[in-house]
Design a protein around this ligand. Structure first.
Ligand code: FE2
Length: 165
């Protein structure tokens, strides 16, 4: 099936959105590095790498469908935050926006009867549920351990965050 132009545009937008997420998460890693929070920084760097992988999957899919890949300019990421909680709330908001975008592409693929694109997108729908759940759990820990005001629990959570592979 020939790749529909509107669908191609949305897939290209998604390539850009995943790269923007990667850029933003690396900026958050820098925020943590400035505060000597190596575990949080490691977690964000890993998250950043994952987003590049997501972007590459969309990139390869556009090529596979004989489409044209289009790169956009990236906005400057947010570099300053008032708390660790704020960083992860921003992460969750970002992931929710990505989820909405993927759902939107999925909707168009369905309308077009592009079953192949639908199958390709299903993997991401599942991935996004996991991402959101994971980030929500971290926010819950940040709140329940009060890590923004407690250096002992901050130290412990930073260690735990650093175990991410
Ligand atoms: Fe992603």
């Amino acid at each position: 099936m020939k790749l529909n132009k509107e669908l191609e545009a949305l897939l290209n937008n998604q390539i850009n959105m995943e790269l923007a997420a990667s850029y933003q998460y690396q900026a958050m890693a820098a925020y943590f590095d400035e505060r000597a929070l190596e575990g949080f920084s490691k977690w964000m760097s890993e998250q950043s790498k994952e987003e590049v992988e997501h972007s590459n999957k969309f990139y390869n899919y556009v090529l596979k469908r004989n489409g044209k890949v289009e790169f956009f300019a990236l906005d400057k990421p947010k570099m300053d935050f008032n708390s660790i909680k704020e960083v992860f709330e921003a992460t969750l908001a970002h992931e929710e926006a990505v989820t909405a975008s993927i759902e939107n592409i999925h909707k168009l693929a369905r309308e077009l009867g592009d079953y192949g694109a639908e199958v390709f997108l299903n993997e991401f729908a599942e991935e996004q549920e996991e991402e959101e759940e994971q980030v929500q759990k971290i926010i819950d820990k940040i709140v329940s351990l009060d890590v923004d005001n407690n250096s002992a629990t901050l130290y412990l959570l930073d260690k735990e965050m650093g175990t991410r592979e």
